[in-house]
Design a protein around this ligand. Structure first.
Ligand SMILES: Cc1ncc(COP(=O)(O)O)c(C=O)c1O
Length: 342
């Protein structure tokens, strides 16, 4: 069976989430987030993160990231992230649009973890000349990182310390936060506010939802403007209960963790198979559900011709990205490995 390792966005919607959408559709409910299901999701998120939170639901990760960044910055701010960051490479100029022109600065670092020294240097140089400079406002990290690595609480705390020492905020792109949590033993709180994260975009779309992401602020005072940015940016759903229904089902019985664990388990099997192959070598990732491998072009071409799906990753040499999801089957993995080795 040909494997689809193109993206976790290629996966479908989990049946329990479809069921929740159908159930939410019975009868009527107040619009724009004033419904009971939305309130329930807000309190579920507070229990999950073990603290008071302000949570806004939106339907894309770009919106969650950019509304979050806009809330924590002004139009003359600087935002600092890794060169591989989704906000730097994959969100067009949405960060600039939503923030009103805040400037993005990028740094290097192994495994798409922003290098701390380079970050400090870039922040200090770019912000050194008062009114003539940008005002350093936010360090943005991703967990999982864009090269499939998992950040530990200690690593996150180091970014937080750097940010706090300079009066800045720490934002986390958590499009694959579920995979990061499932990849270790620390709690969602340990991986966020207890390590100094101010706001998180908590993804569900890649992991079983149809289109739902939660923008979570761990200090409600910092979230006051978020509602306005969401409305102005056209992301306040009138039939908001359909966003809430997805998240309610996603959090019920820890479905989010179960699906991310399934996806990570598939990745472990795939990674083990590839590590034994003479036709590919592992370059990065594998902590969660993303792996970056090197293959000769003819090997990759052969796999694509057999119907397997994956993409080249141009920033690494001869690299290809493989992504598993909660729908990945062992048959897909085993057939891919067999074809890779044939
Ligand atoms: C790291 C990361 N952040 C955010 C997103 C969300 O993007 P989208 O706006 O396509 O939902 C993605 C999706 O590919 C991602 O990989």
């Amino acid at each position: 069976m040909p494997a689809n390792f193109g993206s976790d966005n290629s996966s479908g919607v989990h049946p329990l989430i479809i069921e929740a959408l159908a159930k939410a559709s019975m009868g009527s409910a107040p619009a724009y987030g004033a419904d009971a299901l939305t309130k329930k999701v807000e309190s579920r998120l507070a229990s999950l993160f073990e603290c008071e939170v302000t949570a806004l639901l939106v339907s894309t990760g770009t919106a969650a990231n950019c509304i979050g960044l806009a809330t924590l910055t002004s139009s003359f701010s600087g935002i600092y992230a890794h060169a591989e960051a989704h906000i730097a490479n994959d969100e067009s100029t949405a960060p600039e649009l939503y923030t009103g022109g805040a400037r993005l600065f990028i740094v290097g670092g192994d495994d798409a973890k922003p290098d701390l020294e380079e970050l400090a240097q870039k922040i200090d140089v770019s912000g050194a000349r008062g009114v003539h400079s940008v005002q350093p406002a936010v360090i943005s990290i991703s967990n999982l990182t864009e090269l499939g690595a998992r950040l530990s609480p200690d690593e996150i705390a180091a970014y937080s310390e750097l940010a706090k020492n300079r009066g800045m905020k720490l934002f986390m792109d958590g499009a694959r936060f579920a995979n990061a949590v499932a990849g270790g033993s620390e709690s969602p709180a340990d991986l966020t506010w207890r390590s100094g994260v101010d706001a998180l975009s908590f993804g569900a779309t890649k992991n079983g939802a149809m289109a739902a992401e939660a923008l979570v602020f761990f200090n409600p005072d910092e979230a006051i403007l978020a509602e306005f940015h969401r409305k102005r940016g056209g992301h306040l759903w009138s039939k908001h209960r359909y966003l809430a229904a997805q998240f309610d089902a996603y959090l019920e019985g820890d479905l989010w963790l179960e699906l991310a664990t399934a996806s990570n388990t598939s990745m472990a099997r795939l990674r083990d198979g590839i590590s034994l192959s003479n036709n590919a070598s592992i370059l990065a990732g594998g902590d969660g559900n993303e792996l970056f491998i090197a293959m000769e072009e003819d090997v990759a071409e052969g796999l694509l011709q057999r119907g397997h799906m994956f993409y080249a990753w141009p920033s690494l040499p001869k690299a290809y990205r493989l992504v598993t999801s909660f729908t990945t089957t062992t048959a897909e993995i085993d057939d891919f490995i067999e074809d890779l080795n044939s």
